[in-house]
Design a protein around this ligand. Structure first.
Ligand code: ATP
Length: 351
């Protein structure tokens, strides 16, 4: 199912939770809504599912306007954060309930419930009640209950929020597999950037009810469109600077630490423009020589086993930079270091 959102605005009193949002979600795509608390992602998901009515704008499923339809008429199914399972029913009964409401024949219901249980590997739990299940098992039941009705799209509101870190990681690829195996369009709300980066086909980053950027995980991480997106999607060092020269395939930026060489300037940038440079901690190397070489003094080191997280201050300009060292060897706080950065790892952003 293809989903189109056209100029969607949603106000709660004088709070504008969504501000003229437009986007397209292709058939079979796993699309993430990512952003800080209160940015409007749950409101957008609830509008798509019909649980909230937009103030203005339209929602189209495969070209058909569903803006005014109730949730049960939309061919979408929602996995809620708290799972919302019926506590007095067994797993089997929880799954069968929606189909019984549609007055389907008993043998057809039985096959559909068993198929859904099989797809998330919970056949052995059929006779248990929700309070006899672990968090991860409840999560699987909630997923199966949406899959059983064969929806055109799956709406997921922070479905892994209640699980521990290890289970969260295991379930990520399982949810992705389920969506792909069932050719489902999935819309997934999270504020967990790793969840978005590891699972999504496309990510929309929201702030204050507006879309800041839409792209693949790699595009959003490596080519963020703004300082907000750069720092929301991953740790980064943001350094103010001024464009000194623009060449065919390089740009020179004047900073307090000296001139730095980057690969690309923002579109329409010109010499003299104030910009920010985004440099990810993993882009700074102590050992690989690069055109950008900054003498620095090591201030702090946190040894984490396979990696050390360092902070150093540049000797010129006193800029504080966070960086990572894999397989760490370096731990002399107060010692000298040379920080090397490749031009392609310096992202120049409009101020
Ligand atoms: P979180 O990650 O914390 O769940 P979110 O990005 O999903 O946040 P929303 O729940 O969509 O954000 O809320 C967006 C804005 O709309 C917030 O300012 C919120 O306070 C407001 N809001 C949401 N629901 C209501 C409501 N029923 N009544 C009044 N204001 C609301």
């Amino acid at each position: 199912m293809k989903i189109s959102i056209e100029n969607l605005t949603k106000c709660f009193g004088n709070v504008k939770a969504l501000d003229n949002v437009s986007l397209e979600i292709e058939n079979g795509q796993l699309f993430f809504l990512l952003g800080p608390s209160g940015c409007g992602k749950t409101t957008l998901l609830r509008c798509i599912g019909g649980f909230e009515k937009q103030t203005s704008g339209r929602i189209l499923f495969d070209g058909k306007d569903v803006s005014k339809l109730s949730p049960d008429k939309r061919e979408s199914a929602m996995v809620f954060q708290g799972y919302a399972l019926f506590p007095h029913m067994t797993v089997y009964q929880n799954l069968a309930f929606g189909l019984e409401m549609q007055k389907m024949p008993r043998n057809k219901i039985d096959k559909m419930v068993k198929d859904a249980m099989k797809s998330v590997q919970i056949e052995q739990l059929a006779d248990r009640k929700p309070n006899e299940l672990s968090g991860g098992q409840q999560q699987r039941v909630a997923l199966a209950r949406t899959l059983v009705v064969h929806p055109g799209c799956l709406l997921l509101d922070e479905p892994l929020a209640n699980l521990d870190a290890k289970l969260r990681r295991d379930m990520r690829q399982e949810i992705r597999r389920l969506c792909k195996d069932n050719a489902l369009t999935g819309i997934y709300v999270t504020h967990d950037r790793q969840e978005a980066l590891s699972m999504a086909d496309k990510v929309a980053v929201l702030k204050d009810g507006q879309i800041m950027q839409i792209g693949s995980p790699r595009e959003i991480y490596c080519k963020p469109a703004s300082c907000f997106v750069a720092s929301f999607i991953g740790d980064t060092n943001l350094i103010p600077g001024k464009i000194k020269a623009i060449q065919t395939d390089a740009v020179i930026i004047e900073t307090a630490a000296g001139d730095l060489l980057a690969k690309e300037a923002p579109q329409n940038a010109k010499v003299g423009d104030q910009v920010h440079l985004s440099i990810r901690p993993e882009a700074i190397s102590l050992t690989i020589p690069a055109p950008n070489s900054l003498p620095a003094t090591l201030k702090e080191t946190a040894y984490l086993g396979e990696v050390s997280s360092h902070t150093a201050t540049t000797n010129i300009g006193g800029i504080s930079l966070d960086f990572l060292e894999m397989n760490p060897k370096f731990d002399t706080e107060g010692g000298n270091a040379t920080l090397n950065i490749l031009p392609e790892d310096i992202i120049v952003l409009d101020k």
